[in-house]
Design a protein around this ligand. Structure first.
Ligand SMILES: [Zn+2]
Ligand SMILES: [Zn+2]
Length: 277
């Protein structure tokens, strides 16, 4: 029992370290130090998530709309500043709620309720990669069906997912649309990341990194530029999702859509810009 408690302390030590790094750099100590651990963790996730959203969004926009102007996206397909500001507004309203999810998940991990492990040598590299692959398949399957149900169950679509689908033309989609969801919609679509923790042993730091990678990934699939790297679910696929509403529900790969019969290939369409190389 004592051994189990000290193992769980490894998780608490790690989350406290991240709290100190992020909060210590961004806020005066007397503002966050007195807060309970759970709130410190939420504040760290909130600030880190917001920073990541803006940094990845701005860099992405700067690259595709300014440095590579007319290379990837024709000038008339660049979304207006107003459209992007609206996406930022929707995303910022939801961010405090989104970041509750990793905070609750970290709390469950610290309590030992999940199958998360802290040290890489608990399982070794072979099992690490095996479990990681299973985890990613579960996440992909979970997000696919969650997303598909958000379309198929009409009240869910009307009250939640429709918020994200007002961007139904190419020139209204931008990397900032990546997190422009109703808060509950965004959380529901990320829930498979947490559910999978109860099914397969996953390395804690890897789980956190994958959750935060979502902020970058989702900016990427909303830039309308088709990368065409099999089997990646590139933006070309996701742009079709925004225009037909019934194809390409997948997240990282096209496999689930292929398996469940909802795949539509952007190369069959002429109006999707292709990446130069
Ligand atoms: Zn959708
Ligand atoms: Zn989308």
């Amino acid at each position: 029992m004592a051994g189990e408690q000290s193992y769980l302390m490894l998780f608490v030590d790690e989350t406290s370290l991240y709290n100190r790094i992020v909060l210590g750099h961004l806020l005066p100590a007397n503002l966050w130090d007195p807060l309970p651990h759970f709130l410190q963790t939420w504040l760290r996730n909130y600030l880190a998530g917001t920073l990541l959203y803006f940094i990845s969004g701005f860099l992405w926009c700067f690259y595709i709309y300014y440095l590579k102007r007319n290379v990837y996206v024709p000038k008339d397909a660049i979304p207006t500043r107003k459209a992007m500001l609206l996406q930022i507004y929707v995303a910022m309203k939801a961010m405090p709620w989104y970041t509750l999810l990793p905070t609750v998940s970290e709390n469950m991990i610290e309590n030992g309720w999940t199958r998360c492990f802290s040290k890489l040598d608990d399982y070794g590299w072979t099992l690490y990669f095996l479990y990681l692959s299973i985890y990613l398949v579960l996440v992909e399957l979970g997000i696919y069906w969650m997303h598909r149900e958000l379309h198929d169950i009409k009240p869910l679509y009307k009250y939640l997912h429709a918020t994200h689908h007002i961007y139904n033309k190419q020139n209204t989609l931008s990397p900032f649309a990546g997190l422009a969801f109703h808060p509950l919609d965004g959380i529901l679509q990320a829930v498979p990341h947490v559910v999978a923790l109860f099914i397969v042993p996953i390395h804690f730091t890897t789980h956190l990194a994958l959750l935060f990678m979502e902020a970058i990934w989702t900016a990427n699939i909303h830039d309308c530029i088709h990368g065409n790297i099999w089997p990646i679910m590139g933006a070309g696929y996701h742009t079709i999702h925004h225009t037909t509403y019934k194809h390409n529900y997948g997240h990282y790969t096209i496999w689930m859509d292929w398996m469940f019969g909802s795949l539509k290939d952007p190369l069959e369409e002429d109006d999707v810009p292709k990446k130069a190389k």
